[in-house]
Ligand binder design. Structure first.
Ligand code: C2O
Ligand code: CU
Ligand code: CU
Length: 511
């Protein structure tokens, strides 16, 4: 088994310097056996570019201030050329650029007219992940934009300040389209930054950090199979290299003082476990759907796919420091990051404080009290079992039959409404993960985590969210505040994109 495993890896062109420790190997093979599958484990570990140079400027996605241009924003989805690896330009997809997309700042109370043109040559959709908008403009799998077509949703922005994002949601092709580069940020601005005394100069002391893992061929091109093998479907695509804002091993100059990082995990499947190389303390100020009540001091922060955290880091000591990630401990061998297969952390980018003094020097004592939700006032309780074992659902493709993954024993069906909710109510959703930890996400709603594996959530997970990593089980208090019809239902799903594409997704209406 072991030989075969290693050979397969070698066959996929990965360097093998590994001595897998026994436990990791046991987990890996048990996982394969349980699925009854043997095959190439593409990009099952992360290794940083060698040598580690960190001499490339961190790209900052262009900022579009919607209000400043009459609340009319155009996006063109197209394919272009981008060098993820220095000097090796390759095909990528982007929104109004060769890769990723702009950060769109939207003001609370405004109505933003979006115009999205599809120049890709195949179907796509654009979902506003984290925006609380009705189902008919949510950009889920029902709102397909045909090649050459244009979609014009009007987005009424009515929610707390937060970091949201946008990405494709075409059923069966979300994972590949995101992998190729389609990810953009949304900054919802309700004017609280100045009042709270938070850093808010985009690209200077308010810096977007989009973290992803990718596997590259020797020519710098992205490795992603249109028809992922069964392991990739079961565990999600895991790249061998980490990129930040679309490039390998960047550095960022930052002012000395407090800097706000808006961190988005836009990986298809990988959980990142972030810390600074000198273990400095930082403070988490916001999660997916808005501010926490007070900054939460932490030294290590796990972020799962689609989650956002805003943190404040103090660079007043003017010492350069690395941001590192540890192994995805929830994945056993599949999540190992360091080249030798050990549990070490690897550097992903470098921060270099300059002489320029930051405008903000002190951590705020208080932030914003999250809108209260009475956990006794729920009208229903439901259970959702996310199962990464093959559940019977099948998806015929050119290359054969791909397995279906399920929620409550059912694989996704665009023509089936799974849940009916009432607008303006609260429900308790109990999420159960089988097979592995699943990052659960719901559209059109935000939730508070009531419990994780039976215990109250840690402080940084206690605010309003729209994604939560469920290792075992979680109870969520979900607030339904936007309508969705049968023609344009909201999705709920696992945010491991290969799981979502394989059917670990359901639909709900809200009226
Ligand atoms: Cu990030 Cu269904 O979405
Ligand atoms: Cu979403
Ligand atoms: Cu999953």
């Amino acid at each position: 088994m072991r030989t075969r495993l290693l050979n397969r890896r070698a066959g996929k062109g990965l360097v093998l310097r590994s001595t897998l420790n026994r436990r990791q190997f046991a987990i890996g093979s048990a996982a394969i056996m349980s699925g009854g599958l043997i095959g190439g484990l593409v990009g099952s570990r992360l290794a940083q570019g060698d040598p580690l140079r960190f001499d490339r400027h961190l790209p900052i996605p262009p900022l579009i201030d919607a209000n400043g241009q009459g609340n009319a924003v155009k996006l063109k989805v197209s394919s272009g050329r981008h060098a993820f690896v220095r000097g090796k330009p390759t095909q990528a997809y982007g929104y109004s650029g060769p890769v990723l997309g702009p950060a769109i700042r939207m003001r609370c109370g405004d109505e933003v007219q979006m115009t999205v043109e599809n120049a890709l040559g195949f179907d796509t959709t654009v979902h506003w992940h984290g925006l609380l908008v009705p189902g008919d403009v949510d950009g889920g799998p029902h709102q397909v934009i045909k090649p050459g077509g244009t979609w014009r949703p009007r987005l009424k922005i009515d929610q707390a300040a937060s970091t949201a994002w946008f990405h494709p949601h075409l059923h069966h092709d979300t994972a590949r389209q995101v992998y190729m580069g389609l990810t953009g940020l949304i900054i919802v601005d309700d004017g609280s930054d100045a009042r709270l005394g938070l850093p808010h100069t985009y690209g200077i002391d308010d810096v977007p950090i989009i973290i992803q893992d990718r596997s590259f061929d020797s020519d710098g091109s992205l490795l992603y199979d249109r028809e992922p093998d069964p392991q990739t479907i079961q565990y999600g695509s895991r790249g061998s290299t980490i990129i930040v804002n679309g490039v390998v091993s960047p550095f960022a100059k930052v002012p000395s003082g407090l800097v706000r990082l808006r961190i988005l995990n836009a990986a298809n499947a990988q959980n990142f476990d972030l810390r600074f190389s000198d273990r400095r303390e930082f403070r988490v100020i916001a999660s997916d759907a808005g501010f926490l009540s007070t900054p939460v001091p932490m030294r290590q922060l796990r972020i799962s796919p689609a989650e956002r955290f805003e943190i404040l880091v103090d660079f007043a000591d003017r010492k350069p420091v690395m941001l590192e990630t540890g192994p995805d401990t929830l994945m056993g061998i599949f999540g190992a990051v360091s080249p030798d297969g050990s549990a070490d952390f690897v550097p992903i980018m470098r921060f270099e404080p300059t002489k320029m003094a930051a405008t903000v020097k002190d951590f705020p004592a208080r932030l914003v009290e999250p809108v209260a939700a009475d956990s006794e006032k729920f009208v229903r309780r439901r259970q959702f079992v996310l199962d990464s074992g093959i559940c019977g659902g099948k998806r015929p493709t050119e290359m054969g039959i791909l397995p279906g993954l399920c929620i409550n024993g059912k694989t996704h069906d665009l023509n089936r409404i799974d849940v009916e909710t009432k607008l303006g109510t609260l429900e308790v959703w109990e999420i159960v993960s089988l097979g592995m930890a699943h990052p659960f996400h719901a559209h059109g709603a935000s939730f508070r985590v009531l419990s994780l594996a039976g215990a109250p959530p840690p402080a940084h997970l206690a605010g309003w969210k729209d994604v939560v990593l469920v290792e075992d089980r979680a109870e969520l208090l979900v607030a339904f505040s936007r309508p969705a019809t049968r023609e344009h239902p909201f999705m709920y799903h696992c945010h491991i994109l290969e799981h979502e594409d394989a059917g670990m997704m359901g639909q709900y209406v809200c009226a």
